[in-house]
Design a protein around this ligand. Sequence first.
Ligand code: NOJ
Ligand code: NOJ
Length: 500
Amino acid sequence: MPILQLSPRLNKISTDILAGFVLVCGVLFSVPAFGSTLSSWISTQEPQSEAFMLADISRDDAAKGSVVAAPKQTIDYYYHWVRDAGLTIDVVVGLYAHATDENDKANYFQILSDYVDFSTRIQQSQNKSGNPWDTGPGEPKFNVDGSDYADRWGRPQNDGPAIRASGLIRLAHLMIDQGQMDWVQAHLYQSTESAATLLKNDLEFVAHHWGDPSYDLWEEVVGTHFYTRMVQRRAMIEGAELADRMGDSGAAANYRSQAQQIEQQLANHWDDQKDYLVASLNVDPNDARYNSKDGLDVAVVLGVLHGTALHHDPSTATADEVLFSVVDDRIILTAEKLRETFQSIYPVNSEGTGLAPGIGRYPNDTYDGVSSHSHGNPWFLATNAFAELYYRTANVIAQKRSVQVTPTFAYWVGQLSQGSQVGLQQNETLTSSDPKFAQLLSVIRLNGDEFLKRTQYHSTSDGGLSEEFNYQTGYMQGAENLTWSHASLITAVWARSNQQ
Ligand code: NOJ
Ligand code: NOJ
């Protein structure tokens, strides 16, 4: 068993004690934790992550269809967050789409159908963010029995309904393909707005309120956010395609036009001086938290992962969708700046060989998983996101069978392990017949693997993944078995094998 793997019990030992312990055991702890190759680790970790993730849906003491952010009742993550739940359910839709066993398929469908019922209930509630037909869908979290969360919170968070919509759109297409149009009309989509079907209502909410300021995905900053706008744009693009399929052509035209307007706003996030995309705009100039990170935030990478449209009919994709895709120079530069920054600010990133750095939310984060007045750490979901970003980049290039080697692209590849060996020439167009093409793809994938190896290095052998791992000691901390940590592992692994 790899030496660094600890029992989950140990995660709770205070960082101070651990720091001392690590000093004493320095020799032991510098041994890399590779008892197995990455592929064999994945073959045990992926089913473990799936089991942890599924166990957080419809828990015994929670309403059917609710998804807790993490399974321990004693910490303040035992709630249904619309964002975390939406990202989790998106994975369940993928499992449903790929299931070959009839029993598995029926089980996944039950989960999805319960989630649809639960979400309809909370979406239709009158809550502290407003009324169901107006701003209420922006309410970020609910009690696990489906009742409103009544305390103060960073509300609204308008990414939630857009994320939920994208998962449901994929489900709607699958159901229609299986001849279940009636189910879709009864539960997800009726063009008459007064019918208040879940998906239609989310799409209308996005179409009417994407321009409103809201809290960001970290629940800290009020403004307009790259992440939020990316998932909103995706909901509008995919929503238009589904609306057409539902015979709701007026709505389809409106959603398309909203998507274009959102895209224009997204362009404003590019900062010429900084040379990266800033996470938020229209922030209160006195917001010390936002100012301290200088706009640099992994939210931009998550935005491209969660905000890239999945088309039921690929021929409906438009040329515009290359903008803010994984091969957009602006995304590449932002991701590279994040990687370099986190490499240098977290000492744990100099531990281990052949590992990419653990990635945090943003530099100067002061949240440690419990206290907001502490020191930020690398997060599993952010580290896995980098693996997924690299795999998806390779997949997109492979699918296009060519890549334009812009100076930015050449710079990025030059920074990768073994990247300089590819011998890219600036401004060349590399096509799949060139031997360098296959070499480029394998280098990008190898570098994606190095991020998953970082996750492997800090995980436990029971497959446990907390929210974070300590920036100095590498021990897990924050919410144990964060549902989203597991979901992000699964989507990264799927991207590794070019699956969705
Ligand atoms: C502060 C954290 O930064 C934020 O992300 C979190 O959601 C809240 N505290 C609540 O735990
Ligand atoms: C804190 C994170 O910042 C936020 O994005 C998440 O929704 C909650 N934790 C719950 O996992």
